[in-house]
Design a protein. Sequence first.
Length: 103
Amino acid sequence: MDVFLKKLTLTRKEAAELLGISTATVTQWVLEGRLKAYRVSSRPKSPYLFTREDCQAALLAVEVEPTKLRDKERKVEAEVAFTRSQKEVNEKLRRMLNMPEKE
């Protein structure tokens, strides 16, 4: 049986391994309220402890956006920005050359 399944609480490193994220991301999720953590004592520097259930809940709470859709949206945004800047450059060039507006 997996070591993580036997323990009631996990350290930050163990939680990171279970979640497949870095320990820094675990801390960030705690600060954001995405992952519930428990302190060993009331001291401010006391290490965090986590439960397996809280780790699973944190994973389920993460919204995953399909990569292809996200990439397509970025491509469209880039094309719109390029077209906008291209029109601005053309307009400035026409003014510099005293050319009439294109209809």
